[in-house]
Ligand binder design. Structure first.
Ligand SMILES: Cc1ncc(COP(=O)(O)O)c(C=O)c1O
Length: 385
């Protein structure tokens, strides 16, 4: 008998993500799951009804490769309303299978073997494997708690002739900080004279608590000519399982992303696209009111934790909070999260898993996209420590 043929892994250091592990542990111990970033409540009734409607009307075959026209137009309108610039729905907007696919397709389209890609740690876990598979080299710039701000002279010094792409994420998962307009201007000043593209992960664009709103790469007239902005409806409509996202980029860049997209997924769930287009057109108040919706949850949770021994870091966007447990335990953050799940009944994510280098810290990420009862019950347990 011949033995099974084992491939040399192209991603040897990757195992099951911590998000999957923590959710499994939470289930095993019946802990309140504040680890994975999804709501424990459903999205709008109207959206669900429109999905059923479009299924019943026969919108069940392949969608156009770039996305259905009403959705691309609605995205263009929304971009104009928010950032004062309207992308061309035909050539500059592409609907993808969640932000994950848009990020992967953008990286695969732009990064060649030996290219350097800059990202800021802590960083979302899908960037690095995509860069590795494209043959690129990831240069990670570590941002320091509690402010997690970019040091622009350090950034400028890290650029080289091989730098091809900068990946950023604002509002930022997991630090809950946001970029300001001035950050985008600094980025522009640093890369203007170089052949460097920008991949801006703005999936939490509608969950931003900053007084002057979300600063998007799309609002910067120069940067947007070399940027791919990525977003997703999963977070906006409380429907992370629908996996419908999109990217906005100049026509020439979009054309390259589409070359990957057409062989990665080809096209995205047809009735869901039509339903989301209806939702954007008929109920724009949903995304307009989202900052208030999540601000109320954030404030409720922070107030409920006021008497705990956790120190809560400022939260300017996303539906995550960072909590410092140094007054409670000497454990490293991964061990602390396991202990918290098993013995306290609350699951969280350790910050170090978002960083490549060992990151000595005592910070955990808590997701507050939960019903009030869930947040109150979790806070009550955390206050006992
Ligand atoms: C920063 C960031 N980017 C991308 C994604 C993936 O989004 P999607 O579920 O739309 O693929 C997530 C999901 O949590 C995220 O937090």
């Amino acid at each position: 008998m011949s033995a099974a043929l084992i491939p040399d892994s192209k991603l040897p250091s990757l195992g099951t993500t911590i998000f999957t592990q923590m959710s499994a542990l939470a289930q095993q111990h019946q802990a309140i799951n504040l680890s994975q970033g999804f709501p424990d409540f459903d999205g709008p009734d109207y959206l669900q009804q429109r999905l059923a409607y479009h299924v019943s009307q026969g919108a069940n075959q392949y969608a156009p490769m770039t996305g259905v026209a009403p959705l691309r137009q609605a995205i263009a309108e929304k971009t104009h309303a928010l950032y004062g610039w309207r992308p061309d729905a035909e050539s500059e907007v592409t609907v993808t299978a969640g932000a994950t696919e848009a990020l992967f397709a953008a990286i695969a389209a732009l990064v060649r073997p030996g290219d350097e890609v800059i990202c800021f740690d802590p960083s979302y876990d899908s960037y690095a494997p995509a860069v590795t598979l494209a043959g690129g080299r990831l240069k990670r710039i570590a941002l320091q708690p509690p402010t997690f701000r970019v040091d622009w002279s350090q950034f400028a010094a890290s650029l080289s002739d091989r730098t091809r792409l900068v990946i950023l994420n604002t509002p930022h998962n997991p630090s809950a900080t946001v970029w300001q307009k001035a950050d985008f201007e600094q980025l522009w000043q640093a890369i203007a004279a170089r052949h460097i593209f920008v991949l801006s992960d703005e999936i939490y664009e509608h969950i931003c608590f900053a007084s002057d709103g979300h600063a998007s790469v799309l609002a910067h007239p120069s940067l947007r000519q070399r940027a791919i902005a990525v977003s997703s409806f999963g977070k906006t409509f409380h429907m992370t399982g629908w996996k419908v996202g999109y990217c906005v980029a100049p026509a020439a860049l979009s054309a390259e992303v589409r070359k990957v997209h057409q062989y990665l997924t080809f096209s995205v769930n047809t009735p869901a696209q039509f339903a989301i287009a209806d939702m954007l057109r008929e109920q724009p108040q949903h995304w307009r009111e989202l900052p208030d919706f999540y601000r109320a949850k954030r404030d409720r949770f922070i107030n409920a934790l006021a008497d705990s021994r956790f120190e809560i870091l400022p939260c300017e966007g996303t539906y995550f909070l960072l909590a410092d447990y140094r007054a409670i335990s000497d454990l490293d953050d991964v061990s602390f999260c396991r202990w918290l799940t098993e013995h306290v009944g609350v699951a969280a994510i350790p910050l170090s898993v978002f960083c490549a280098e060992p990151f000595p810290n005592t910070l955990i990420r808590l997701c507050f996209a939960k019903q009030e009862d869930t947040l109150d019950a979790a806070a009550e347990r955390l206050c006992r420590l």
